[in-house]
Design a protein around this ligand. Structure first.
Ligand code: PLP
Length: 490
């Protein structure tokens, strides 16, 4: 390519803040890297180029010297020419024709929309304004005041011992999980815990049963690990596998959200819990119990949350997964997995080989938040707040959408599901609602294969009760417009 074309962007008005000599250097370097200036091309003399570009000769010399020092050009018989670059460098700005940046597995991962996380009715977030930040800041400050080099290096794989102890005690008191601290592994988020299960407990090509509808983060982790998903329908009692499925598609992993199915909100019945345990025990598989948001028992105010499957038979092949994303804040990235005693050494070894530990300082602060009982007090304070939000949301939905739209879930957690008639497709309604600053998620997005459910997943963790009726009125207005427009956002 002629040099004049390469340098035509030198006076691009968008780049006026950059010194011209630096821009000259960058343009030449980019053109050499992507092959527009081929190796051995002679560059004009510095005096000549300076005159052509109406710039001081020193500026051209500056650019040439930088390129020379970095090996992009070389001196040649008193002049300058483009050096021969290794293939790996030349053309590095563009992928080779026919190549894909992402693996086939990665390209097949369904999209997960995240940007609207802080808008009203976005599912998945707790009330980030209600957390006792002053307490948390004090504990962090204290942990930082005591910091030594050890906490700044990689953290203990599996977690800081004091946090493992505190989590074991917290889970035993609140969730009926029976474990010692050695069975608790601290990881950087529930998503990482699921990833560890997929990669350490199953081999590529193994079968994983997923709830249908399912938490997309879990589905993506399993697909990315090369597992073969089998979508198992969910009803009002949770995951409902046909008995024959144990023979026709024996699972290596069974992923369930038994305390509050995500997103439908059903609770896995005791009968099904025992059947799943018996099934995985007989088939040599694993049950992954994702207990992501069941710290509140809205069905029985004052009562403890529903106990975990893990506590039914602590020696069974169950990995219990929980996260602090809903109790503190999602950006903390601290979660835990609890494994049977007989698997603790092996899984600990696997986790050590696969991941690096971090956030030792935050882990120590968190241990104190748990040990001092302040987290439990915060949860007790929030239980009636969330219960009120759910009741107000339920009443407003009922008033605006009527009997034709059933409301599902709500025994635990921070969201409800509103069923919709087919005249109001959920994706169109969610799209229209987003334009109004409201972010429920379409239920159909959680399904694979079969005819998806049509509805909205509405989070109430973030939305104060006083705002809910007006937001639901706005949502009903959008639904009306979608219906009148024949099922598309208007
Ligand atoms: C069902 C379910 N499981 C697991 C997680 C993972 O939580 P995190 O990766 O934030 O710890 C989430 C997050 O929203 C979730 O909804």
């Amino acid at each position: 390519m002629p040099l004049s074309l390469v340098l035509s962007a030198l006076d691009d008005p968008a780049a006026t803040s950059e010194a011209r000599q630096l821009r000259l250097y960058r343009l030449l370097k980019a053109a050499i890297l992507d092959g527009r200036l081929a190796s051995a091309t002679r560059l004009p003399g510095s005096r000549q180029l300076a005159a052509d570009l109406h710039m001081a000769r020193n500026c051209v010399l500056f650019a040439y010297q930088l390129l020379l020092a970095e090996g992009f050009v070389e001196a040649d018989r008193g002049g300058t020419r483009v050096a021969a670059l290794p293939l790996a460098a030349a053309g590095a700005l563009h992928p080779p024709a026919g190549a894909h940046m992402l693996s086939r597995r990665a390209r097949q991962l369904p999209d997960i929309k995240r940007s609207e996380a802080l808008l009203p009715f976005a599912p998945g977030a707790p009330d980030l304004n209600a957390f006792p930040w002053a307490v948390w800041a004090r504990l962090l400050h204290q942990a930082w005041a005591e910091v030594t080099a050890r906490q700044l290096a990689y953290a203990e794989p599996g977690g800081e011992p004091e946090l493992r102890r505190a989590v074991a005690a917290f889970l035993s008191a609140r969730r009926g999980v029976a474990c010692t601290p050695e069975q608790v592994f601290i990881v950087a988020g529930g998503q990482v815990a699921l990833d560890a299960c997929a990669r350490l407990l199953a081999d590529s090509g193994d079968t994983v049963w997923l709830e249908n509808p399912c938490y997309p983060g879990a589905r993506n982790v399993m697909l990315a690990a090369g597992l073969m998903p089998v979508a198992v329908a969910v009803d009002q009692d949770g995951m409902a596998p046909a008995p024959a499925l144990w023979q026709s598609a024996p699972p290596r992993l069974v992923y369930v959200t038994p305390s509050h199915q995500y997103p439908l909100g059903s609770v896995l019945s005791l009968e099904r819990r025992l059947a799943l345990l018996a099934g995985v025990e007989a088939s040599g598989g694993w049950l992954i119990e994702d207990d992501y948001d069941s710290d509140f028992n809205h069905a029985q105010p004052g009562a403890r949350p529903l106990p975990a499957i893990q506590g039914l038979r602590p020696e069974a092949p169950v990995v219990y997964v929980g996260t602090f994303s809903k109790l503190l804040y999602p950006g903390l990235r601290i979660a835990y997995m609890v494994v049977p005693r007989w698997a603790a050494a092996g899984l600990g070894e696997g986790i050590r080989k696969l991941y690096r530990g971090g956030q030792a300082v935050e882990q120590r602060a968190l241990a104190r938040l748990l040990e001092s009982g302040q987290l439990t007090r915060h949860l007790r304070r929030m239980a009636p707040v969330y219960r009120e939000r759910q009741a107000v949301l339920r009443a407003a939905l009922h008033a605006r959408f009527g009997e034709a739209c059933p409301i599902l879930g709500g025994q635990a957690g921070l969201h409800l599901v509103l069923g919709l008639p087919s005249s109001v497709p959920d994706a169109a309604l969610a799209e229209g609602a987003l334009e109004q600053g409201i972010a429920p998620r379409p239920l159909s997005a959680y399904y694979t294969g079969t005819v998806p459910g049509n509805g909205l997943v509405l989070g109430y963790g973030l939305t104060v009760a006083a705002h809910i009726p007006e937001l639901v009125t706005r949502l009903a207005g959008v639904a009306e417009r979608v219906r009148n427009a024949g099922g598309v956002p208007s």
